[in-house]
Design a protein around this ligand. Structure first.
Ligand code: UD1
Ligand code: CA
Length: 414
């Protein structure tokens, strides 16, 4: 089998984003853009990924410190996409396999499309296989220039287009599979003679075509997959598209989402079959929801929430870093933070865990079959035994529970 590596370009300064943060760290549905590109590479079996970093390099490396398949490559000056790839020369100059090149600012890429690209490359015995997409508004993208017979002649960047070329709607989504040696030979030829004065990867492609190598394209790429994120507007558009994908997948797995337009679910969330998500629910971070739960309307689930089966969370219920066992109910206006709640517990309207004492965050543990009356404040750290009964309107501290002694400990009231 041919060996294959990937290069992901992620060094650019993002002037259009107007940000201190490295562009590829901006999040789409809770995950940095780069994470999606990395996953797409992994899904098609790439085991070694060279990520070129420059602007905000330390931030990026720190965020992905656990990803051991990444080889970090530094590009000190951002002289263009061609130069960025050339920075990998010390690692790849002698590599005789295939190199997938992708941009870190293209989170909507799908592994399925990459698979088509890889297969086409193989069956056509190509030197380069690229993807192309047809956009209603191709502004900003490199245009695919073809000859009268439809053969690709090259890619011309938006800022270098003639008026005629600017009207071309077939664009370069910027993912390619190269025969590695041909790629690096061509990159040596690239000169920065263009409007931006940059070394373009797309010029390397024109060289490869000019030298008579076979370059083919996968033309059926969906417009959304071609989208590069260069501005905050595009970031929000990409997030919307990703959100739709996340919800579609959940629905295919048996989750009911009553109003997809008014629901937001993090890419890291997992939701079980026959759970119903009511409108205006916001799920952020790593959240796990079991089967047959009913969530919302207006629920807010945050990082570290684990709901087992048959849990009911209603309006204005917020849960953070907590585990709620089977059949817990918190139907109205509650805050449950840093808590472990046992099976079949009823949390009355307006009850909260007071988990922060001004200095540190403390845990609350509620046993099975407890009843927490409306408007109760559970001051953490606190442990309530199985079957405890807290009357409505009670402020409960560990001290007050301990004072009740062994006998009455299951019934706490004012
Ligand atoms: C690039 C393509 C364009 C394509 C578009 C798709 C080139 C010259 N142009 O344009 O044909 O239609 O993507 O989204 O390749 N980067 C570096 N180092 C650099 C410059 C850029 O690592 O010196 C990285 C950026 O961080 C980014 C990626 O390369 O992730 C693309 O760079 P960007 O400036 O966004 O290129 P576009 O103008 O979008
Ligand atoms: Ca871009």
């Amino acid at each position: 089998m041919t060996e294959r590596v990937a290069i992901i370009l992620a060094a650019g300064v993002s002037s259009r984003m107007n940000t201190e943060l490295a562009k590829v760290l901006h999040e789409v549905c809770g995950r940095p853009m780069l994470a999606y590109v990395l996953d797409a590479c992994r899904e098609v079996g790439v085991e070694k990924i060279y990520v070129v970093v420059g602007y905000g390099a330390d931030q990026v490396k720190e965020r992905f410190a656990d990803d051991l398949d990444i080889v970090w490559v530094q590009q000190d000056k951002q002289l263009g996409t061609g130069h960025a790839v050339l920075c990998c020369k010390e690692h790849l100059a002698d590599f005789d396999g295939q190199t997938l090149v992708l941009c870190g600012d293209g989170p909507l890429i799908r592994a399925g499309t990459l698979t088509i690209l890889l297969e086409k490359h193989k069956t056509e015995h190509a030197a380069v296989t690229l993807a192309t997409a047809v956009l209603d508004d191709p502004t900003g993208y490199g245009r695919i220039v073809r000859d009268l017979y439809g053969n690709i002649q090259g890619i011309v960047e938006d800022s270098d287009c003639t008026r005629e070329q600017r009207s071309i709607k077939e664009v370069n989504p910027s993912y390619y599979l190269f025969s590695n040696k041909i790629l690096f030979e061509a990159l040596e030829q690239v000169k920065p003679d263009n409007v931006k004065g940059e070394y373009y990867l797309t010029d390397a492609l024109s060289f490869i075509i000019a030298t008579g190598h076979k370059v083919v394209a996968v033309t059926a790429v969906r417009p959304e997959e071609a989208m590069g994120v260069n501005s905050r507007m595009q970031l929000s558009t990409a997030s919307k598209i990703m959100q739709k994908r996340i919800q579609q997948e959940l629905m295919e797995h048996g989750v009911t989402i009553v109003d997809p337009d008014n629901t937001w679910i993090d890419a890291r969330a997992k939701i079980g079959r026959d759970t119903v998500i009511e409108p205006f629910t916001y799920i952020h971070g790593k959240v796990k929801i079991g089967q047959s739960c009913r969530i919302g309307p207006f629920a807010y689930l945050r990082h570290g929430t684990v709901l087992e089966d048959d849990v009911v969370l209603g309006v204005f219920t917020e849960v953070k870093n907590s585990t709620l066992a089977d059949s817990v109910r918190a139907r109205h206006h509650s805050y449950i933070g840093d808590a472990t709640v046992g099976r079949n517990v009823n949390i009355g309207a307006g009850s909260i865990t007071a988990n922060f004492d001004g200095e540190k965050v403390n845990r609350t543990t509620i046993g099975d079959n407890c009843y927490i009356g409306s408007g109760s404040i559970l001051i953490a750290p606190l442990e309530l035994k199985d079957g405890s009964h807290v009357s409505a309107g009670t402020v409960v501290s560990q001290e007050s529970v301990d004072k009740l002694g062994q006998k009455e400990q299951t019934s706490v009231s004012k």
